[in-house]
Structure formats: structure tokens, C-alpha cells
Write a new protein. Structure first.
Length: 360
């Protein structure tokens, strides 16, 4: 370390969020975050929905601290501690010649971090902020501490922050393999196809409400596993078949199969939420009207034009088969849910799929 001199070393990274088309809902191990089924997601364009995180280290820092969207949050939770511990244990020597800083591998144990993270979209509103947030945290810490592990190892660490985060380490379509081991080492994300593979797709997000949800994903899925008679049937019988079919649909760019699977899986996820006791309602009337609108349109065309999926919140993620359909979809949404009409939709965010970007 540079002696008798005050210094700060910083890294900034940006990570997009991902939206599951075959949903993860339920854990078999709460502390390691091991799921009861595989899941598949699409990673979004970071220019629309992303987290930007800056991690800094300095001998002047007396303890680890973190600010989320400008407000200090506690790092005492197990998830933050697990991610910090796993990354710290893999740190290597770091040298910044220009600043005259040398940090030896063993120094990392005694150095403290300041972390500032900002989501450019609503936090805890069902748009997967925990996915972008923890993926970005792990990625930026790994850069700062010169961790040599590849993205697949980093995905297993991000998973311990939030399950869905493991899928944000890759662009394109990504599968989270549930794994078999009790230690979670084989519960990792793999890229199925990159972001260029199906570049006709356009993703449109209709923000129905940016309010924080009442039931977090973590507690919602815990209650489902404890009380829903349907969820095991879903995890054991339905999802394994859908995962195989979805991989095939994505690889062959089969939009009708993709749309059928995406919509059915979203609907079944919300059905198991309703099957939970007490029932969990993530969608609202506006969400239901969006579903009806897309279903009617798809039926009238004879073949699906748009797929919909809703995470743990009322906001719609709409996937149009191409740009022309996306323009028509936006027109229809503006007609049925005019932004000036009062309560319905707040905004539309349009984007392609994309890759993890390193801004540091
Ligand atoms: P969402 O649907 O937005 O993923 P969750 O209930 O799954 O909602 O998770 C929200 C939680 O994720 C937040 O309360 C916070 O603890 C964590 N989180 C969100 N954004 C970040 C971030 N940028 N960095 C670290 N943690 C984050
Ligand atoms: C509906 O990953 O947010 O978005 O692992 O407890 O942090 P924790 O939950 P989280 O759950 C995501 C649930 C979902 C579906 C999905 O992303 O697969
Ligand atoms: Co989440």
C-alpha cells in the first residue's frame, strides 16, 4: 500500500436488468439462494433499465458503507455480507502505477469499502432491481479487487445477493441452472444465445405503477413454498418441460412458441401467487386489461405478435416480434391507456436486448 498518503481507488460499472420468461419462484435453500426450478430470462438494454454502481476503497475508510439511490442503507443483511465475503476471499494484488498505489492480496481483508449505487428505474417495484443491483455490485467489486474468476463463477456469487441477479451477468437469453449440489457451486447462469441472435425483438415496458410492492419477492416466494399446493407441481412437472421448449424456441427464433410459453409461464406464476395463503396479488386491473388487449390482438392476427410477462409487480413487459409490431403496440397502448387520462400508465420504456457494460 502507498505509505503515509491518503488515496482512493474507484471502479464504476453498469449492469442491465433481466426479465424472466420462465420464472424463478421458490427456494430450496434460503441462505445460499438455491431455486426449486431452472429459469430463463432476457437481459435488457442498459440504456433504459440499469444499475450504475461505484465502489471505492481507501485506507481512510473506517467501515464498509453503502448508499442506494442516494440514501445510506445497512450492509448488515446476510445477502450483502455473503457477496462481500465471497469477493474479498478471491481478491488479488492491485497496482495503480499512476497513483502510486499498491494493494497486496492480504491487504483487502483490512481495507473498507464505500459503495454508491443508483437504479435508473423504480426500485422494488417488480422490474427486477435486485437483479441489476446485485449483479452490478458483484461485478464492480470483482473489478476493483482484481478477481480473476469468470462470469460463471461471479454469477454464483451474485446469486447469493438475489437469485435473479445471477442471470444479469450475461447479455442475450440466459438460463439459470438450478443445480444439484448442496453447496450451490453448480447453481449458475449460462448464456443460451447472445444479444445479436434475435435482434428483431423489441421489448417495451409499460410502467403501471412505480410504487414499491407490498410483498417483496423474497417473502412472497417463501410464503408460496410454505403454503401453495400448486407450486411443487409447477416446479417439478411444468417448468422442466417449458425450459426445454423455451430453449428450442429461442435458438430457432420461433416467435409463436416463444410467445405461448412466455405468456403461459407468467400466468402460471401469478396463479401460484394467488394459490398462496394469504393470496399475493402482484398484478392489478390495468395489468389485466393489458393482457386482454394483447390476447385479443394475437388472436385476431391468427399468430402471436406480442408476448407479455409480469414479474412480482403490476408492470407489463411486452416483447414485440419486430420493430413494426412494436410501433403498432405503442400506438395501441397510447390509445387504450392515454398518459394524460389520470391513473393508468406512467411511462413506456422501449429498448433492445444488450450486454453487460464496463464503465470503469
Ligand atoms: P425487484 O422486483 O425490484 O427486484 P425485490 O423485492 O426483489 O424487488 O428486491 C428489492 C431489493 O433489492 C431492494 O430493497 C434492495 O435491498 C435490493 N436492491 C435494489 N437495487 C439495488 C442496488 N442497486 N444495489 C443493491 N441492492 C439493490
Ligand atoms: C418474479 O431474485 O428478486 O422476478 O432471490 O429472494 O432476491 P430473491 O428474489 P428475486 O425473485 C425474482 C422473481 C421474479 C422471477 C424471476 O426473475 O425469475
Ligand atoms: Co428482485
Amino acid at each position: 500500500m502507498a505509505e503515509n498518503k491518503s488515496w482512493v481507488l474507484m471502479v464504476t460499472a453498469q449492469t442491465p436488468t433481466n426479465i424472466a420468461v420462465i420464472k424463478y419462484w421458490g427456494k430450496r435453500d434460503e441462505s445460499l439462494i438455491l431455486p426449486i426450478n431452472d429459469s430463463i430470462s432476457v437481459t435488457l438494454d442498459p440504456s433504459h433499465l440499469c444499475t450504475t454502481t461505484t465502489v471505492a476503497v481507501s485506507p481512510d475508510f473506517t467501515h464498509d458503507r453503502m448508499w442506494l439511490n442516494g440514501k445510506e442503507i445497512s450492509l448488515s443483511g446476510g445477502r450483502y455480507q455473503n457477496c462481500l465475503r465471497e469477493i474479498r476471499s478471491r481478491a488479488s494484488d492491485v497496482e495503480d502505477e499512476k497513483k502510486g498505489i499498491k494493494i497486496a492480496k492480504r491487504d483487502w481483508e483490512n481495507l473498507h469499502l464505500h459503495i454508491a449505487s443508483y437504479n435508473n428505474f423504480p426500485t422494488a417495484a417488480g422490474l427486477a432491481s435486485s437483479a441489476a443491483g446485485f449483479a452490478c455490485l458483484v461485478y464492480s467489486l470483482a473489478k476493483l479487487m482484481n478477481v480473476k474468476e469468470d462470469n460463471s463463477h461471479l454469477s454464483a456469487i451474485a446469486r447469493q445477493g438475489s437469485g435473479s441477479a445471477c442471470r444479469s451477468l450475461y447479455g442475450g437469453f440466459v438460463k439459470w441452472i438450478m443445480g444439484k449440489d448442496d453447496n450451490g457451486n453448480d447453481s449458475i447462469a449460462v448464456q443460451l444465445v447472445d444479444e445479436k441472435h434475435w435482434d428483431e425483438l423489441v421489448i417495451l415496458i409499460a410502467v403501471v405503477s412505480s410504487r414499491q410492492k407490498e410483498t417483496s419477492s423474497t417473502s412472497g416466494m417463501r410464503e408460496t413454498v410454505e403454503t401453495s399446493p400448486l407450486v411443487l407441481h409447477r416446479a417439478k412437472e411444468v417448468v422442466p418441460k417449458r425450459v426445454v421448449e423455451m430453449e428450442e424456441a429461442v435458438k430457432s427464433r420461433n416467435f409463436p412458441a416463444f410467445a405461448r410459453l412466455t405468456c403461459s409461464d407468467s400466468n402460471q406464476f401469478h396463479a401460484v401467487c394467488l394459490d398462496t395463503s394469504p393470496p399475493i396479488f402482484y398484478m392489478n386491473d390495468t395489468s389485466h386489461r393489458i393482457i386482454s388487449c394483447v390476447e385479443k390482438w394475437n388472436r385476431s392476427e391468427g399468430t402471436p405478435q406480442v408476448a407479455y410477462t409480469f414479474d412480482a409487480g403490476p408492470n407489463a413487459v411486452l416483447i414485440a416480434r419486430n420493430r413494426k409490431v412494436a410501433a403498432l403496440l405503442l400506438q395501441r397502448l397510447l390509445f387504450h391507456f392515454p398518459p394524460q387520462s389520470g391513473a393508468d400508465l406512467n411511462s413506456y420504456i422501449v429498448g433492445d436486448k444488450s450486454v453487460l457494460m464496463d464503465a470503469g
